[in-house]
Design a binder for this molecule. Structure first.
Ligand SMILES: CC(C)(COP(=O)(O)OP(=O)(O)OC[C@H]1O[C@@H](n2cnc3c(N)ncnc32)[C@H](O)[C@@H]1OP(=O)(O)O)[C@@H](O)C(=O)NCCC(=O)NCCS
Length: 301
């Protein structure tokens, strides 16, 4: 696919990412992110896992080239009626030439061709170039998300309540009951593709009850989600976290994409979670928005 081209007139060629090896994709990705606000380098193993975990469709993801040089990359995750933009980046010395916009338009068109209803993404707060690009294409802000970290260490709050550790089928049932609007990384489909998922259910003496799910990797807990079914979310969340961190006191924890209005934020704070950075979640509604700003309306002369 060749697009209209750079601001300087030369053509941008977009090739489906499926035509590249994982090693090639990881090399492109790392070059485009060399100066990124939050360093997130990848290796081939991590990228391959990322593609599997988050249902990245490499036929609907693109690599941008011009005159044979690779200049940028963007990936699209696809699940049922919606898609997710990820790994977007352009080489630092080739930015502001229309490549990011071309990659985004190609992916949104691919989403449209799959009859998807909406495209979602997250952008780090204060990443002005990306934020402006998404706004210009019609994406709207939906949520503010927190990325938090808890260093390993003893539990600060008492591990009260009656705890039951759940097997995978029980967890799968719980996580599928969640309402729509869960960030992509923490959707039920993501857990389906993970190994070493753990979780528990708690009942408190005052009738409070809830559950949590997380991924246990060798050195880190991640993908943590808390849910309160009854009672005070702070009490339920705090009791759940106490049991989790008592069980895994030597592991670092990364809580990614927790909504700023999550009712368990105080519980996270009580257990020593610290905000690392924030993201803005954005959504492009493909049903309401028939055309992306591919051909912006001409002003009347
Ligand atoms: C975000 C990024 C992909 C944009 O790519 P790009 O090729 O430079 O973008 P384009 O030239 O296509 O610009 C398209 C629009 O984006 C916005 N934009 C791009 N760079 C901008 C900047 N430095 N400041 C403000 N707005 C900017 C503008 O709205 C621009 O439209 P305009 O040219 O009509 O003003 C690029 O800056 C990048 O790779 N950044 C590092 C990685 C990253 O942040 N990825 C996104 C993660 S969510």
């Amino acid at each position: 696919m060749t697009t209209d081209g750079f601001h300087d007139g030369s053509a941008i060629e977009l090739t489906p990412a499926a035509s590249f090896t994982i090693d090639e994709l990881v090399a492109i990705y790392n070059q485009t992110r060399i100066d990124y606000i939050v360093p997130m380098p990848m290796n081939s193993q991590r990228l391959a896992e990322y593609i599997r975990l988050y249902d990245v469709n490499l036929d609907a993801s693109f690599v941008a080239k011009a005159d044979g040089d690779i200049l940028g990359l963007a990936m699209l995750g696809v699940r049922r009626d919606h898609a997710w933009v990820t790994r977007l980046g352009v080489l630092p010395n080739r930015r502001k030439g229309g490549i990011g916009r071309a990659l985004m338009i190609a992916m949104v068109e691919a989403a449209r061709q799959h009859w998807l209803k909406y495209v979602q993404l997250e952008v780090i707060l204060n990443n002005t170039p990306a934020h402006k690009l998404f706004l210009a294409l019609g994406f709207e802000e939906t949520n503010q998300l927190l990325v938090m970290r808890r260093p390993p260490g003893p539990v600060k709050q008492p591990a009260v309540g009656s705890i039951e550790w759940l097997d995978w089928s029980q967890l799968q049932r719980l996580v599928r009951q969640q309402p729509q609007g869960v960030p992509w990384t923490n959707q039920a489909d993501s857990y389906d593709h993970m190994a070493m998922v753990e979780g528990c259910r708690i009942n408190l003496a005052d009738g409070g009850r809830g559950w949590c799910i997380f991924r246990r990797q060798p050195l880190v807990l991640s993908h943590i989600r808390l849910h309160t079914e009854a009672g005070d979310p702070n009490a339920v969340g705090s009791a759940l976290l106490a049991h989790v961190h008592q069980r895994h006191s030597r592991l670092d924890t990364q809580a990614e994409n927790i909504r700023c209005d999550d009712p368990h934020l105080v519980a996270y704070e009580q257990h020593g979670y610290i905000e690392a950075f924030q993201r803005i979640e954005m959504l492009l509604n493909l049903v309401a928005n028939e055309r992306v700003n591919k051909n912006p309306p001409q002003s009347a002369s």
